[in-house]
Design a protein around this ligand. Structure first.
Ligand code: UFG
Length: 331
């Protein structure tokens, strides 16, 4: 099958392309390199040995997206492109609403006009209210604490409404928990521009000597060791969830939402400890004040994806730490 991957030069998008090409699908990538890189596309080519069409374009530009769909005759779209930094979204809300909503609507418009009816959408656990009981199920209350999360809630709503108006459509909304790790080859991975906001890239860059130390944001939370707990999911497992969502979209019309997490939470200190033990590295760190907006504990109830997609995360914490370091130490 030929699949359009928006944001295919980014962290998750590049791993998706590698897996689709490995399993014999064709991919067409659109990316404006706002976060994605040529290096990620080169990595995908190296891993798979396959050339694929790439368009450097902004997905908000609906006519261009439509031209690409018309020229390439894709059957399915995976829409990863979007702005994703929580802190930046607080400082630049208009950019986030404009970009994430317009790109999603542009993709839908182009799909409708070109008769492409299957869409997989990158959503986030950031769509859940911060006062929900854990674990989070897909019916936990929605409500974000930052503009980034609100853009995902709004895009989900747009897509639900779109499916009502276009009954031939199939949209799968995937709410990611904390994606970490890298391709087993070490050739692609999470490579954020500038100083990383997220824990794992900051840990691996610190281990590589790019930062003096990791600052752990708060050790006075109501958790066993006082540091925040998150549901870290290996990128390979996350991609497997997408592959299953693609199959699901072939058999089901309408809009369906799934959590993609492991169902198991680890604290920041447990992540540091696992990284040190797995890779035999001592990581310099200190305790810093809490980061505004963080909540103590977030983890998924993954049962719906288990039941309806046959999805189970298989990779261990050690796999996450080893593969993250393999990628970072290659750079
Ligand atoms: N942390 C540190 N030091 C750092 C970076 C992070 O202590 O330098 C801590 C954070 O305080 C938090 C944990 O590590 O407790 C995880 O932080 P991340 O920034 O890696 O991830 P978040 O859980 O804050 O956010 C991630 C994604 C969001 C997504 C959200 C969904 O970045 O896009 O998960 O739950 F919305």
């Amino acid at each position: 099958m030929k699949i359009l991957v928006t944001g295919g030069a980014g962290y998750i998008g590049s791993h998706m392309c590698a897996e689709l090409l490995r399993t014999g699908h064709e991919v067409v990538v659109v990316d404006n390199f706002s976060n994605g890189t040529q290096g990620a596309l080169d990595g995908v080519k190296k891993i798979t040995g396959v050339e694929f069409p790439f368009y450097r374009a902004d997905v908000c530009d609906s006519p261009t997206v439509e031209e690409i769909m018309e020229a390439q005759k894709v059957e399915c779209v995976i829409h990863f492109a979007g702005l994703k930094a929580v802190g930046e979204s607080v400082a630049k809300p208009l950019e986030y609403y404009e970009n994430n909503l317009n790109s999603t609507m542009a993709v839908c418009r182009a799909m409708r006009n070109q008769g492409v009816s299957r869409l997989i959408f990158s959503s986030s656990a950031a769509t859940y209210r911060s006062d929900n009981p854990m674990p989070l199920t897909e019916s936990s209350a929605l409500g974000a604490t930052n503009p980034y999360g609100w853009t995902k809630i709004m895009c989900e709503q747009i897509l639900r409404d779109f499916c009502v108006g276009e009954p031939e459509f199939s949209v799968v909304l995937l709410r990611y928990f904390n994606a970490v790790g890298a391709h087993e080859s070490g050739l692609i991975g999470d490579c954020p521009a500038g100083i990383p906001n997220n824990l794992m890239p900051f840990i691996s860059q610190t281990a590589h000597g790019l930062h003096k130390e990791l600052k752990i944001f708060g050790n006075d939370y109501d958790t066993p060791d006082g540091t925040c707990i998150r549901d870290y999911i290996h990128i390979t497992d996350l991609i497997d969830g997408h592959v299953r969502a693609i199959d699901f979209s072939a058999k089901n019309k309408g809009c369906e939402v799934f959590n993609l997490g492991t169902g198991r939470g680890f604290s920041v200190l447990e992540m540091v400890d696992a990284f040190e033990k797995t890779n035999g590295i001592k990581l310099p760190y200190s305790i810093a004040p809490r980061r505004p907006g963080d909540i103590a504990t977030i983890y998924a109830n993954p049962e719906k994806a288990q039941k309806m997609l046959g999805f189970t995360a298989k990779k261990s914490l050690e796999d996450m730490c080893r593969d993250t370091w393999k990628f970072q130490s290659n750079m």
